[in-house]
Design a protein around this ligand. Structure first.
Ligand code: ADP
Ligand code: MG
Length: 288
């Protein structure tokens, strides 16, 4: 199968000379169509630099990068921008939506830049928004949507013209855990439909959801392995209520008591047991 991303011996050096930073140090990566790859590393390890290279936002100091059959290591800015628009769908941590445009207009914007005719633009954006479950939010502006919904708009924007590579840089970094799950669910769905996804993260739990994990440290690839399905399922399992520790249960009761007033604490008035149980249920539902 033809490689989508093929990096050979890539180095990126910032500030060449005395204070030089070797952000990428002889990195070689091959990614094939249909893969779901997480690139993981700590802050400062070189993730963003690598993302900039993969996404043709910057060029390496040395080495070769073949993207979808084209050598992009030595292209001009204009040529880079062309290939970027054609080959890559970007998803960023901060969503990067335009505030005064609707969801549909946000998704259509890159299609306008690509010269897609209006009718096709409407079809592509509506299909993409439906794919991420936002068919009822087409005319909403970003401020009228939750963080998870905004990131789904950004995903719709990234996939609208079916680019060969979807490149996501910390896509759940600004989201709570429920919305993060939702976004990972969408990415997994896209992967199961055959899309190629490269996800950049510092979070092991998120990387564990990908099929393949590449670990970067000090600008070098230090690990590259396939995840087993079992690991993935275990990660997804919610914690069953009966496994709550004494401490957590006691905290739940305390929280509940604070809501309805101290007189209803189970230890203060044990005879009001039914009310307390009701309260606990309310508290648990409140955490959904
Ligand atoms: P990460 O995204 O994993 O946090 P980065 O790719 O942003 O890591 O940075 C890798 C290294 O390169 C860090 O030491 C960082 O300080 C340095 N670096 C990143 N961008 C620049 C730049 N434009 N100029 C100089 N040094 C940079
Ligand atoms: Mg970074």
């Amino acid at each position: 199968m033809e490689k989508l991303v093929s990096m050979q011996d890539i180095c990126k050096i910032y500030n060449p000379g005395e204070n030089e930073v070797r952000a990428l140090d002889h990195v070689s990566i091959d990614i094939y169509p249909g893969e779901f790859v997480a690139i993981i590393g700590q802050s400062g390890s070189g993730k963003s630099t690598l993302m900039n290279m993969i996404g043709c936002l910057d060029v390496p100091t040395s080495g070769t990068y073949i993207l979808h059959g084209a050598d992009v290591s030595k292209l001009s800015d204009d040529e880079l921008s062309d290939i970027r628009n054609r080959e890559i769908g970007f998803i960023f941590q901060g969503f990067n939506l335009i505030a005064n445009l609707t969801a549909k207009e946000n998704v259509e914007l890159p299609l306008i830049y690509r010269g897609v005719p209006q009718k096709e633009r409407h079809e592509l954006s509506e299909t993409a928004l439906a794919k991420v479950g936002l068919e009822k939010r087409m005319t909403h502006r970003p401020s009228e949507m939750s963080g998870g919904q905004q990131q789904r708009v950004a995903i719709a924007r990234a996939i609208a013209q079916a680019p060969p590579v979807i490149l996501a840089d910390e896509p759940t970094g600004n989201l709570d855990s429920a919305s993060s799950k939702e976004i990972l669910g969408v990415l997994k769905q896209l992967h199961s439909e055959g899309r190629t996804i490269i996800l950049i993260t510092h979070d092991n739990g998120i990387a564990a959801q990908a099929k393949r994990v590449i670990r970067i440290m000090d600008g070098k690839i230090v690990e590259d392995f396939q995840n087993s399905g079992e690991t993935l399922k275990e990660e997804e399992k919610p914690k069953p209520a009966e496994n709550r520790s004494e401490q957590e249960l006691s905290q739940l009761f305390d929280d509940a008591a604070a809501v309805i007033g101290k007189e209803n604490r189970p230890d203060a008035q044990p005879e009001k047991q039914p009310e307390v149980q009701e309260t606990k249920e309310v508290e648990e539902n409140g955490r959904e």
